[in-house]
Structure formats: structure tokens, C-alpha cells
Design a protein around this ligand. Structure first.
Ligand SMILES: [Zn+2]
Ligand SMILES: [Zn+2]
Length: 322
């Protein structure tokens, strides 16, 4: 050791907390070797006795195809020029609406389409699979533009979840060019720092150095970024505007105090009347943002009745559609 010894200091509780937050990684990249497998497992677990069991199981099958497709997919990394521009303008380096898509993503659509066409599922699913299997390249690219640009009027509602599933594989594969240290937080904390997409839900980490920290989970590339707790993830309001709702109890519960409440809750905001789901790993280590958001649709219905709207959608379910 060189240099003068640091004077010993006793930290106040507040200082300990902020020191802990400083050392928390701001970004968590997806665990690519298991991401979709874990999602499939969770969908199958939540499907048991569920009103939407068949749909959840169909999506679990799609997740299996996604995991398999991800294994052999290595998109070209972003150029040094693109990375420098992104840094200069504080923009996401894989901005979904401006990232040249590796054509192999259409091969992933084909793999999903073949699985749908041969699934033991209602005839409409098989017909959709056949339609996607034979879809022209130009149509697929136009749909991808509409989905990533959130141009609702141009989106094929029936095909959307399965095209999004293929795009997820492309973007999750593309995160492989980064380490968490490469990714700078954006000034805009409501979108993914890597691809600029909206989060599907948030997760409170249950273990290790990150225990108790909340992360937003990107609906497209599955990157997670830190966001302080008890703060609306849509408009940033905090304090008394933010409340937590669960299905079992109609009343609001606290974020921190209700350790005995369910692992899946809705964080509502009375400033902007929106909500997103929040998952607590300390209550259930298997929680998975896309799967648990889908499986807790009854909570969405409860909140819709009370006049709250979803801050952003689920990539595998197009609500309000056919
Ligand atoms: Zn993302
Ligand atoms: Zn809000």
C-alpha cells in the first residue's frame, strides 16, 4: 500500500445507504444463456390453473424457440463511429428505430412460424404460423418498423407478439457486444439505455449487493437499469402519489413495509394515473418481468376499472386488439 492512510470514519446510516447505491451497478445486461428458458419455465409455472393457461403455454413454446435461435445468432457489433455518436448525443447505442437489422431476424420469425404451424393449438394459431412462414421480406421489415416505432395503425395485431419475439432475439443477441460498464445511463430514465425501448415492468433485486435495489426491465432487449424506489417510472412523481396494489387485497400496500404481500404488485401513480407492475425477488426468486406481467392480467383489469392506464405494453400481448 502506498500513500497516506485514510482516516477512519464512522458513517451515518444515510451515508452508508448512499455509499451502497454508488457501488450498485446501474445496468444489468441479460443473462443470454438462460433468459428465454427462464421465461418459458415461469410461463409454464404460472399457467397452472390460470384462465389464460393455453395462451401462456403457447408463449412458453415460443420462448423455447427464442432461446434456441439466440444460441446461433451473433449480429455485427455497432461500429466505433456509431458508439461515438451515441455517446456524444447521449443516445442509446442500439436505438431500436435506427439500428440496422441483421436479416437473420427474419430467420427467427420463420422458426417461430414453423413452431406455431405445427403446434397443438386452435386452427387460427396454425393459420397464423403458415401466414408468417410465407410472409414476404418487405412486409416483415415494414412490420418491424411499425412495431419498433410504435405506429399502432400500421401494426398487424395478430402477428405482432410473434414478430416482437423475433425482434427480442435480435436485440438480446446484440447486447452481447457490450459489458455493463460500457452502458451509460441516459438523462431520460424512462427508456432503456441500450435500445431506447420502454420497460415492461420493474424488479426489486432479492440477493447479493443489489438486494433491495429496483431495476426497470426492457421489453425488447431485456437490459435492466436502476431506478430509485417509490417513484413513478413514467412521470417521476414520488411520495404520496405512488401506491402499491395487489390482487389479493383491494387496498394499497407499502413498497417496503408489506413484505408479506404478493411478489407481483402494481405501482400506481396518482399524478399521471398510470402504473407498471413491480416484482419482488425476495418474495419469489423465480419472478420474470415479461412472464409475470402477462400472468397478472387480472390486476390490469382491476386497475383499468379504477381509471389507471398501463404506462407501456407487454411485447407478447397486444391489448385492445383482435
Ligand atoms: Zn433495451
Ligand atoms: Zn406518474
Amino acid at each position: 500500500m502506498t500513500g497516506p492512510a485514510m482516516p477512519q470514519r464512522i458513517l451515518e446510516p444515510g451515508q452508508i445507504e448512499s455509499a451502497g447505491q454508488r457501488s450498485t451497478p446501474r445496468v444489468r445486461l441479460p443473462a443470454r444463456e438462460r433468459l428465454f428458458t427462464r421465461r418459458a419455465e415461469r410461463l409454464r409455472e404460472r399457467a397452472q390453473g390460470h384462465a389464460l393457461a393455453d395462451y401462456l403455454r403457447l408463449l412458453a413454446m415460443v420462448c423455447d424457440v427464442q432461446q434456441q435461435a439466440l444460441g446461433g445468432f451473433t449480429p455485427a457489433p455497432p461500429s466505433a463511429d456509431r458508439l461515438a455518436r451515441a455517446r456524444k448525443h447521449a443516445m442509446p447505442p442500439l436505438l431500436a428505430t435506427d439500428w440496422p437489422r441483421d436479416p437473420h431476424w427474419r430467420g427467427v420469425v420463420h422458426a417461430i412460424a414453423v413452431a406455431l404451424a405445427s403446434a397443438r393449438a386452435p386452427a387460427a394459431v396454425g393459420a397464423l404460423g403458415a401466414r408468417l412462414r410465407d410472409a414476404p421480406e418487405a412486409w416483415l421489415e415494414a412490420q418491424a418498423d411499425a412495431l419498433l416505432g410504435v405506429r399502432e395503425d400500421a401494426i398487424d395485431v395478430a402477428a405482432a407478439p410473434f414478430l416482437m419475439a423475433a425482434l427480442q432475439v435480435l436485440f438480446v443477441a446484440s447486447t452481447g457486444a457490450f459489458t455493463a460498464a460500457d452502458v451509460s445511463p441516459l438523462d431520460v430514465r424512462t427508456v432503456c439505455p441500450l435500445c431506447g425501448s420502454a420497460p415492461v415492468a420493474s424488479v426489486v433485486a432479492g440477493q447479493g449487493a443489489q438486494a433491495g435495489q429496483r431495476f426497470l426491465h426492457c421489453a425488447l432487449c431485456a437490459t435492466e437499469w436502476h431506478r430509485v424506489r417509490v417513484q413513478c417510472t413514467h412521470c417521476g412523481a414520488g411520495g404520496k402519489d405512488v401506491a402499491y396494489r395487489t390482487l389479493a387485497r383491494g387496498d394499497a400496500v407499502d413498497d417496503v413495509a408489506a413484505a408479506d404481500a404478493e411478489a407481483v404488485r402494481a405501482e400506481t401513480c396518482d399524478a399521471c394515473r398510470s402504473y407498471r407492475k413491480i416484482l419482488y425477488e425476495e418474495r419469489d426468486t423465480a419472478v420474470e418481468p415479461v412472464a409475470d406481467d402477462l400472468a397478472s392480467l387480472a390486476l390490469d383489469l382491476l386497475l383499468a376499472e379504477e381509471g389507471y392506464h398501463r404506462a407501456s405494453g407487454n411485447p407478447l400481448l397486444r391489448q385492445g386488439g383482435g
